[in-house]
Design a protein around this ligand. Structure first.
Ligand code: PRP
Ligand code: URA
Length: 208
C-alpha cells in the first residue's frame, strides 16, 4: 500500500522550524500539533459521512456530517500525545486510546508499558499518532495490539518517517496506510532519523 507524503509549502515551512535545534519547547509543541491537524485533514479525506437536514437563516438544506463514532485516535506515548490537541481541534468528540511504549536504548526494540483503548474499538477505524517512524518497531507493535482487539482499519500518522521503518511496516502490515509530512534520508547507528528532528519525546516534553 502506498505512503502519503504531504507536499505543501505550509507543511515545509512548519517542518523547517520544527527540525531546527534552536526551536524551543513552546513552539515545538505548537508545530507538532499544527502538523498533526494537517495529517488528520488528509487522512480523513474519505471519511464516512451521513446526510442530514439543517436550516440556515435563509432556508432548509441537506448537509453532510462526519459520523465521529466511526473513528478513534491512538497516540503512542509519550511523543504521540503531542499530536492530540491538533486532532481534537478537528474532531472534538474523538475517542482516544493510549499505547505506552519506550524503545530500549541498546536493542531499539519497543517495550509496552500501557494499553487502554475504547471498549468498542473493533467497530472503529483507528488513526495511530506518533511523530516518528524510525525502525518501525513501535508502530508495528501498536498495530499488532490493535488488530488483536479486532480493529480492521488502521492508518498511521507520523510527522517524519525513515525509509527503513516504512519498508518494515509495509512488510508486516501492508493494509495500513502511512501518512507523513516527510520521508527522510535514513537512520543512523543509534536508530535516530537523519536529518530528523532529534528525540521527539524529549523535545515535546522538554526533558533534555
Ligand atoms: C520514539 C517515537 C516513537 C519511536 C519510534 O519514542 O516517539 O514512538 O521512538 O522509533 P521506532 O520506529 O524505531 O520504534 P520513544 O521510544 O523514544 O519514547 P518517548 O516517546 O517516550 O520518548
Ligand atoms: N525516536 C525519536 O524521537 N527520534 C528519532 O529520530 C527516532 C526515534
Amino acid at each position: 500500500m502506498d505512503v502519503i507524503e504531504l507536499k505543501h509549502p505550509l507543511v515545509e515551512h512548519k517542518l523547517a522550524i520544527l527540525r531546527d535545534k534552536k526551536t524551543g519547547t513552546k513552539e515545538f509543541r505548537e508545530l507538532v500539533s499544527e502538523l498533526a491537524t494537517m495529517l488528520c485533514y488528509e487522512a480523513m479525506k474519505e471519511a464516512e459521512t451521513y446526510e442530514t437536514e439543517i436550516e440556515t437563516p435563509m432556508t432548509k438544506m441537506k448537509v453532510n456530517k462526519i459520523n465521529e463514532d466511526k473513528y478513534a485516535f491512538v497516540p503512542i506515548l509519550r511523543a504521540g500525545t503531542g499530536m492530540l490537541d491538533g486532532i481534537i481541534n478537528l474532531v472534538p468528540n474523538a475517542k482516544i486510546g493510549h499505547v505506552g511504549m519506550y524503545r530500549d536504548e541498546k536493542t531499539f526494540k519497543p517495550n509496552v508499558y500501557y494499553f487502554k483503548v475504547p471498549k468498542d474499538i473493533n467497530k472503529r477505524e483507528v488513526l495511530i499518532l506518533d511523530p516518528m517512524l524510525a525502525t518501525g518497531g513501535s508502530g508495528i507493535d501498536a498495530i499488532d495490539l490493535l488488530k488483536e482487539k479486532g480493529v480492521k482499519k488502521i492508518k498511521f500518522l507520523c510527522i517524519i518517517a525513515a525509509p527503513e521503518g516504512i519498508k518494515k511496516m509495509q512488510e508486516k502490515h501492508p493494509d495500513v496506510q502511512i501518512y507523513t509530512t516527510s520521508i527522510d534520508e535514513r537512520l543512523n547507528e543509534n536508530a535516530y532519523i537523519i536529518p530528523g528532528l532529534g528525540d521527539a519525546g524529549d523535545r515535546v516534553f522538554g526533558t533534555k
